[in-house]
Ligand binder design. Structure first.
Ligand code: NCD
Ligand code: ZN
Length: 356
């Protein structure tokens, strides 16, 4: 492999927020330019709870894809305490529904309709285990007595592990894992569990958010943790272990909603995520494992083939020009600033054009 110019299978994003309306139309092209498929998060207002909602949302996404881009949205349902297992199973059987998302009520942006007591969704989880439909978990407890930096570790102990014992065979993705505790739990468990890792959690720790002034554009949930956790995430992402794969959690919000006395959580990384990841993998001497993280391990967990298209990565002396922000309506969405120039560029190569 040439260390400054190489080709991998076209990547997928296994955790993405596209929103709706004007925001959907503004951000979709920033993902479809780089990714063949993405798992679409269902936390709209109101959330995507039934198969019919997901079908309508999918149509709106398809309309927002710029002409010529080859992109498939993989739809999810938002699990509530009243989710109908038959509707979910029918949605999965039709091929429309790829996974179901568990948000503990109140854990993050637009999660008010989430699950308060996981035991109440036991019948739905059993049905999912039976049909092999993955559960994607936002792994944080919402107990106000638990420190926000400990909420992921406590979730594993109080919710995730007991739930996996109660529903053997349930396939689970621990979304946007942010701690060494999460990495250890997933690494040491059986093959029914995997984890996504975001771009920004590989790059920033909590100092980026809080040192020298509060920086709302580095605020997301789960919140960035201390440096030792970032290093554990880097080790996991670049290890080649197929349990860890790319889920950007690119989560656009209007700048005015983030630059506020109560700013909302979410970092918009879609435009520069591939360059950021190549930078990180190069720093870790792991460019030869970038394809596993971006393009092979996710499909393997979800039981689908990797993409036929290819993406070329090449390093240039000219830094990548990424806009600082994109405009939406009369406002902006600020693009993630990794804090260093990006020299990795990418270009898609169509399926069939490259003979591997
Ligand atoms: C996400 C959002 O904005 O919808 N925010 C975030 O900080 N990641 C919700 C989520 O994935 O937790
Ligand atoms: Zn998310």
């Amino acid at each position: 492999m040439n260390a400054s110019d190489f080709v991998i299978r076209r990547p997928d994003d296994w955790h993405l927020h596209l929103r709706d309306g004007a925001m959907l139309r503004a951000v979709t092209g920033h993902t479809s330019a780089h990714f063949a498929r993405a798992i679409i998060m269902p936390n709209l207002v109101p959330p995507v709870v039934a198969t019919a909602d997901a079908a309508a949302y999918r149509d709106r996404i398809l309309e927002a894809i710029p002409d010529g881009d080859d992109f498939t949205p993989l739809m999810t349902l938002y699990l509530t305490e009243t989710t109908d297992p038959d509707d979910l199973a029918a949605g999965a059987a039709s091929g429309l529904i790829t996974a179901v998302k568990l948000y503990p009520a109140g854990a993050t942006t637009n999660s008010d309709s989430g699950v308060r007591d996981v035991e109440r969704v036991q019948p739905v989880l059993e049905r999912m285990a039976e049909i092999g439909l993955p559960l994607l978990v936002h792994g944080e407890v919402t107990d106000p007595d638990v420190d926000i930096f400990d909420r992921e570790a406590v979730f594993i102990e109080r919710v995730l592990d007991p739930m996996r014992r109660r529903v053997p065979g349930l396939r689970v993705v621990m979304e946007h894992v942010t701690t060494a505790d999460g990495v250890d739990y997933v690494s040491s468990a059986d093959d029914t569990i995997a984890a996504t890792i975001t771009t920004h959690h590989l790059i920033i720790n909590r100092n980026a958010l809080l040192a020298g002034g509060i920086r709302p554009h580095y605020y997301c949930l789960p919140v960035a943790k201390r440096e030792r956790h970032r290093l554990a995430l880097r080790a996991a992402a670049t290890s080649g272990n197929p349990k860890f794969f790319n889920g950007t959690d690119s989560a656009p919000h209007l700048a005015t909603d983030k630059e506020s006395a109560c700013g909302c959580a979410g970092i918009f990384t879609a435009p520069n995520t591939l360059s950021c990841l190549a930078h990180v993998f190069e720093e870790e001497n792991a460019l030869d494992r970038l394809e596993a993280f971006l393009s092979l391990s996710g499909p393997r967990f979800y039981g689908v083939a990797p993409n036929e298209g290819r993406t070329r990565f090449f390093k240039s002396e000219t830094p990548l020009q990424v806009p600082e922000k994109i405009s939406v309506q009369n406002d902006d969405v600020v693009v993630f600033d990794p804090g260093f120039p990006l020299f990795w560029h990418t270009e898609p190569i169509n399926a069939g054009a490259f003979d591997r």
